[in-house]
Design a protein around this ligand. Structure first.
Ligand code: GTQ
Ligand code: FE2
Length: 376
């Protein structure tokens, strides 16, 4: 007999490490159920595994399959106050249909039609945009219009006001990364609506944001400027700089000098110009370039990552999964699952001749708490 009303359900089992099954033990368990108690000896292997056992699974979303759905949403779904954004989230198949790509991270494709405005709001969730193709949208962060173009990375720390504005004649898609699941699970979110319409001045389309003019010069910190929020004051990291940094690393390797992560593999992290730490308190972002024919060493890491293939093609393996990937494809690497990437000729040729991968992860959370580990 069980306690019908208790959500606690305990079953005595005849297994090593478990107490001998007896009517008295059953009675004890009914007592636990009634008093809302759960003994450690029943739950320990699930609660305290020897290493992370992610509830998420590796999964791949193909750009060619999801982009047409975003385009269709552009026809059918208006963007405005209430829904706020035409953003379509990647849902990890083993997270119960929730819009969570991993237990901590949100990844979405966002789509804005010509002339459209996504209204101003702010939230505690930390966010970024990354552009795999197209241009013409200005994201207005704290009233500073920031242009978005292919390869640009645009972080935006929590509680900044932001709106998006498509000033051109063509639609544009990009990806968003946020810590929505983390803040949902830890119950730490706040949200506020801003103005329904941004001003004409904010609809201007400057070549560079004010943030880039102030903070976007390598190694040069403006003496008069006081950054307001946590997270980087630099609101856009331009593709020309990222591209140059990666090609320079590979060029140095070719000349016989140090600098690459491992043979044939150049990588950079997007960092805060103040202090050099991660761009956002909960999200790390990186760019990787793997020379054609090279392969990364297998690696596992605490916390989850999402990658988008920016250019080129190759073969990715995550845990027991293996995929051939091309431009725009997105995949998730759950905590402590082994990851390798191999750069190979395929359906998409790249400007760099290799495999270019944009990556974001929740590593800053674990590093801050002394829980981060990585292994080869
Ligand atoms: O663009 O402000 O994908 O607030 C999810 C929540 C995008 C945004 C998302 C958001 C935004
Ligand atoms: Fe937002």
């Amino acid at each position: 007999m069980t306690n019908e009303k208790s959500p606690v359900r305990l079953t005595a089992v005849d297994k090593p490490g478990q107490p001998l099954v007896s009517p008295e033990l059953e009675e004890l368990y009914r007592g636990f159920e009634k008093e809302m108690l759960v003994p450690l000896w029943i739950e320990i292997s699930g609660l305290m595994p020897q290493h992370p056992q992610s509830k998420a699974q590796p999964h791949l979303w193909r750009w060619n399959d999801i982009l047409p759905l975003a385009e269709r949403s552009g026809d059918l779904v208006p963007v405005g106050r209430g829904g706020e954004r035409r953003a379509i989230a990647l849902a990890n198949p083993s997270l119960g249909g929730r819009p969570f790509v991993s237990p901590t991270l949100w990844a979405a494709i966002q789509y804005l039609m010509p002339g459209e405005n996504a209204p101003e709001h702010r939230h505690t969730q930390h966010a970024f945009r990354f552009v795999v193709e197209g241009e013409g949208v200005w994201t207005v962060v704290g009233r500073d219009p920031v242009p978005m173009r292919r390869g640009d990375f645009l972080p935006q720390a929590g509680w900044n006001w932001h709106a998006h504005h498509n000033a051109t004649e063509s639609p544009m898609a990009w990806i968003d990364g946020l810590d929505i699941p983390f803040q949902y699970e830890t119950e730490s979110q706040f949200f506020e609506f801003g103005r329904d319409e941004i001003s004409d001045a904010e609809r201007t389309t400057p070549e560079r944001s004010r943030s880039q003019m102030l903070w976007g010069h390598p190694g040069l910190t403006p003496i008069g400027a006081i950054p307001a929020a946590p997270g980087t004051p630099l609101l856009s990291y331009r593709w020309e700089h990222t591209d140059q940094a990666l090609s320079d690393q590979l060029e140095l390797e070719r000349l016989g000098f140090d600098g690459v992560v491992e043979p044939g593999h150049a990588a950079v992290r997007f960092t805060n110009p103040i202090g050099g730490g991660d761009v956002l308190p909960t999200i790390r972002a990186e760019f990787h370039r793997i020379r054609r024919g090279a392969e990364t060493a297998p690696r596992r890491e605490v916390g989850s990552s999402v990658y988008q293939v920016f250019d080129g093609s190759g073969v990715i393996s995550v845990g027991t999964e293996k995929w051939s990937v091309g431009r725009g494809d997105l995949f998730v690497v759950p905590s402590w699952q082994e990851f390798t990437a191999k750069s190979e000729a395929g359906s998409t040729d790249s400007d760099s001749g290799g495999l270019d991968l944009f990556r974001f992860s929740d590593a800053p959370i674990f590093e801050a708490l002394n829980l981060h580990r990585a292994s080869n």
